[in-house]
Write a protein that binds this ligand. Sequence first.
Ligand SMILES: [Zn+2]
Length: 247
Amino acid sequence: MATPFDEVTRVSSLVERPEEPVGRPMSSVIRERVKAAKQRFHANDNISAFIHSDAERDALQAEVSEKMEALLRSLVIDVDNDHNTRDTARRVAKMYTREVFGGRYAPMPSVTAFPNVEKINELIVVGPITVRSACSHHFCPIMGKVWIGIMPDAESNLIGLSKYARIADWIMSRPQIQEEAVKALADTLEEQIEPAGLAIIMAAEHFCMHWRGVKDQSSMTSSVMRGVFLQSDGLRREFLSLAKVGS
Ligand SMILES: [Zn+2]
């Protein structure tokens, strides 16, 4: 039951945030902030810096849920009486904003980098890391594996093994195409580690090909080679033999 006290707190919380008029869709508020900062907001861009609180993330999720319900109604599904789809809009909104596309809305996982005190200059190969993504053309799953090769130098920062998987998950949890996903992962790892060379291979199944379309040619392998990996055939071969892609 509402008490006069509730009324007072509600009014004061409105007064504290005069820049966010009640009733405006959360997506509009966030989009305007992104545009004001002249940033891109493509499907594979992270926009977490423009979501200012958990409450705003909740509000965005609620808005997506509402629109998802409208989509189900447009598909002429009786969400009021069909017990199987009654909560689908809410589930899908949560899945999109917190899980499968969570890499758009959450900040990068914290990474502790250690200076390369032992001056390690041997090839480090990490993988296979199981990754899940979605194609930006159909919003269908992309399921695959990633191998990462790092050639450090004396100035490089080394990161813990589990951090590779966490960064990969953060990059992959966005709608995108595989080639851009691999490039984005390479950019982020290069920034964190500053290696002499970096190599990434991603092999993945594209479910938009399984589920629809030609139902064939559904797997794709893409790679990125940078720094010393571009200069040395031997190093590339060593990485490929250690990665054992396809096994
Ligand atoms: Zn697709």
